[in-house]
Ligand binder design. Structure first.
Ligand SMILES: Nc1ncnc2c1ncn2[C@@H]1O[C@H](COP(=O)(O)OP(=O)(O)OP(=O)(O)O)[C@@H](O)[C@H]1O
Ligand SMILES: [Mg+2]
Length: 464
């Protein structure tokens, strides 16, 4: 296993102190902030969260074989592995900067309103085919997720892919400066988190901050025509970085032609500054093809072997609830499971995908989109044209989706319930052989209950 954190490096990174008895052979092979997933050899950092405090788990971390435990509260346990610092979150961030500084590979940061994790995971599949690649776990994209990814970065990796998120103004730049990307990719600008940001223009301005963390000669990559394109152009120019626009016409630096869409994915013909070739993305929909184009552009900007990168991309599969199509109810019904999350842009993308792949009746089941604040009513109602175009019957759950439901023509109204638990048996009873069903809603709307009901072998009462 790779040595990540020696005693000397921990001390140098954090300016903390060990008890004087500490042996000098600390060998941290990982970094953990949660004892439930801690592996022997991990450096455990006791973070103070909103709902939990890692300091309550110091004993558990030591017993589980932590190589070192970093604390800032007074601790009655005498153990040579305990490193005391002034603030554990700052220590994590200091470790992140230290690990970033000793990393000599190519660093990529991905941000955007939707599609960050998709692009990040596509890119890591592409880069893993070219050399040792480190990447953010899940959606680790916030004030602890980004530094945790960096603190786990092996110095000898060839590539690192970080995800950077935000829901408030001012969050992107400090995280991007910690990451110090050679390549910055923006997937989309859309109305996710509109409630806290106020306008799509403000969201574009915030996303464009990532370009300010690029070095001279670095590469920014954006989809051509992205909302607020000028902000990205200006900020990249301010850094002395080049900006690649990726799109479908010849004016773009990166162009893609989708030669075929099917229910499992798309075939692409891609022209990059350093490569022209074909690629396959095994995730269906125009939005996933667009994400794949950005991922391959980022691989090219990293100087990767693009034939290998394209082969690696083909091994990507969508995660649970993120757009995979499977067959349920004795293979009689196609299920497009989008239940993991929803925002206006991703619901439109999923509806577009449904229209693209459905052969029979198109059944749409939508749960509330959250974090839209005072814009919720408008944003839910604004889905009407996309729904009319791509659905034959629509089921809605939750108070916000009621707004959309009430505007639907009666021929499209399948039913409305206050929550997904009540909706699950209704949808299950309504679908017929040959239907394609798309289920989507914000994580908190628990649309996975509908998916579970459709997957169950037989109709069950009271599914939860
Ligand atoms: N380019 C895109 N345009 C529209 N929707 C997209 C795009 N890429 C992904 N999506 C959809 O958006 C949803 C979230 O995708 P993903 O997890 O990749 O985004 P994210 O930005 O990482 O989200 P989070 O903020 O939750 O981390 C999924 O339903 C996915 O299908
Ligand atoms: Mg994500």
């Amino acid at each position: 296993m790779t040595l990540l954190w020696s005693r000397a490096d921990l001390l140098a990174a954090t300016s903390g102190h060990f008890p004087s008895t500490t042996p000098s052979d600390i060998a941290g092979t990982g970094v953990s902030i949660d004892t439930r997933t801690l592996r022997p050899g991990d450096v455990f950092i006791a973070l103070q969260g909103e709902r939990s405090n890692g300091h309550a788990h110091v004993r558990a971390a030591l017993d589980a074989g932590a190589a070192a435990v970093i604390v800032h509260e007074r601790c009655d346990i005498a153990d040579p592995r305990i490193l005391s610092v002034a603030d554990t979150l700052v220590a994590l961030q200091d470790m992140a900067r230290f690990a970033r500084a000793r990393f000599a590979g190519r660093m990529v940061a991905v941000t955007g309103s939707v599609g960050k994790t998709s692009v990040k995971d596509m890119l890591r599949h592409a880069l893993e085919a070219c050399g040792p690649t480190h990447y953010a776990v899940a959606s680790y994209n916030n004030h602890w997720g980004v530094p945790l990814t960096l603190a786990r970065l092996p110095a000898g990796a060839a590539y690192c892919v970080c995800e950077i998120g935000m829901n408030h103004a001012g969050e992107i730049l400090p995280l991007a400066r910690m990451v110090r990307p050679d390549v910055a990719v923006v997937s989309t600008v859309a109305s996710s988190h509109l409630g806290l940001m106020g306008s799509v223009d403000a969201i574009a301005r915030e996303k464009a901050e990532i370009m300010r963390a690029l070095p001279p000669g670095g590469t920014g990559i954006i989809p051509a025509g992205i909302t607020g394109e000028d902000y990205f152009v200006l900020n990249a120019a301010g850094s002395g970085a080049r900006l690649w626009r990726a799109g479908y016409d010849a004016t773009c630096t990166v162009t893609v032609e989708v030669t075929r869409h099917d229910a499992q994915g798309s075939d692409l013909d891609i022209r990059l500054p350093g490569w022209h070739g074909q690629a396959r993305i095994n995730a269906p929909g125009r939005h996933m093809a667009a994400n794949a184009m950005l991922a391959l552009a980022a691989a090219d900007a990293c100087g990767a072997d693009m034939t290998r990168a394209a082969d690696g991309l083909a091994t990507f599969r969508p995660g649970t609830g993120r757009g995979a199509i499977t067959h349920v109810m004795h293979d009689s019904v196609a299920l497009l499971d989008e239940s993991y999350n929803a925002s206006p842009a991703s619901v439109r993308a999923a509806l577009d995908l449904l229209g693209l792949v459905a052969a029979g009746r198109r059944v749409v089941v939508l749960g509330d989109m959250l974090e839209l604040g005072t814009f919720a009513g408008h944003e839910h109602a604004s889905l009407l044209p996309a729904v009319r175009e791509n659905a034959d019957t629509v089921f809605c759950c939750g108070p916000n989706m009621k707004i959309l439901f009430d505007t639907l023509p009666s021929s499209l109204q399948g039913g409305w319930t206050p929550d997904s638990e009540l909706m699950a048996p209704i949808v299950r009873a309504s679908v017929r052989a040959g239907d394609t069903v798309m289920v989507k809603g914000s994580h908190g709307s628990r649309m996975d209950r509908i998916v579970a009901a459709l997957r169950a072998d037989t109709v069950q009462a009271g599914l939860a």
